[in-house]
Design a protein around this ligand. Structure first.
Ligand SMILES: NC(=O)c1ccc[n+]([C@@H]2O[C@H](COP(=O)([O-])OP(=O)(O)OC[C@H]3O[C@@H](n4cnc5c(N)ncnc54)[C@H](OP(=O)(O)O)[C@@H]3O)[C@@H](O)[C@H]2O)c1
Length: 252
């Protein structure tokens, strides 16, 4: 349960090695979060992240989770709740950018992006939503993207997967309204992380710490949508209104 000051005490992170997620968890632990479960593909690779969070005063465990392994998601959720109890916050952070050029010729690669970002998220969010509804409280924060609003030619495979995720999370927010469970969709722009390493920064590019601060504030205020940086809230509608001919010429 949240404490008397409204801060979350327990967090489950899916995609627990994500730079955006770790910046968010660090910000939460600096407040009053005390119990963290990082769900990751490679538990050994997460050892340093686990140690760093422990040094900051949290109880931290890493558990195995693969978004692509959808047949095991039901059992995964049952086991995590059984072993670690209720969660005040579930942060859905896993995702892959993929290689758009490759995806244009390799359907298996395009499908892997969609399966990781969209169907994998739906697969694990269904049992998580049921658990959260049962416990009657908590926040599910889903990392969508500004790319979900109007996928660009340069990365429309990724954009379409995020559009599906964004729509699903928004529907879930409406479905869970009144249940005590709050669903928040986070739409970052370009953030300097492992995912964007080596790419030219887009306008309004930002850092994981800025996104983390927006997420933490959004949880406290029970927002349904969070833009990071906040100015994107005003930029996105303008991008959506650009004529198709102009949109097609957006840089790759
Ligand atoms: N960076 C940006 O500009 C940006 C902008 C908008 C939205 N986002 C979204 O924000 C989220 C976090 O991204 P980030 O910038 O923090 O990138 P990141 O550091 O690369 O994190 C992505 C995480 O997803 C995990 N992952 C990938 N495939 C997975 C799978 N099949 N099962 C489980 N985990 C998997 C990766 O695990 P490993 O550690 O095992 O590789 C990695 O920890 C993503 O959903 C991304 O789409 C990012």
């Amino acid at each position: 349960m949240r404490d008397a000051l409204g801060d979350v005490q327990s967090v489950l992170v899916l995609g627990g090695r994500s730079e955006l997620a770790l910046a968010t968890v660090q910000a939460l632990v600096a407040r009053r979060t005390r119990r963290v479960v990082l769900a990751v593909r490679d538990v050994d690779a997460a050892a340093t992240d686990v140690e760093q969070l422990r040094e900051r005063g949290a109880t931290v465990d890493a558990v195995e989770f693969d978004a692509l392994d959808t047949r095991r998601h039901g059992a995964f959720v049952k086991r995590v709740w059984g072993e670690h109890g209720d969660f005040d916050l579930v942060l859905v952070a896993f995702g892959v950018l993929g290689d758009q050029e490759r995806a244009l010729h390799d359907a298996a690669h395009a499908l892997e992006v969609v399966r990781a970002n969209f169907t994998g998220a739906v697969s694990v969010l269904v049992p998580i939503a049921a658990r959260m509804r049962e416990q009657g409280h908590g926040t599910i924060a889903v990392l969508s993207s500004i790319a979900a609003l109007r996928p660009r030619r340069a990365n429309f495979v990724y954009g379409s997967s995020k559009a599906g995720l964004d729509a699903f999370a928004n529907g879930l927010a409406d479905e869970l309204a009144g249940s005590g469970v709050h669903v928040m969709v986070v739409r970052p722009g370009f953030v300097h992380t492992r995912m964007t390493e080596g790419m030219d920064a887009a306008p309004f590019s930002t850092t994981p710490d800025v996104v983390a601060a927006q997420i933490v504030a959004g949880i406290a205020a029970q927002r349904t949508v969070v833009w990071a940086p906040p100015i994107l809230r005003f930029v996105a509608p303008v991008l959506q209104l650009l004529p198709r001919a102009v949109w097609r010429r957006m840089p790759r």
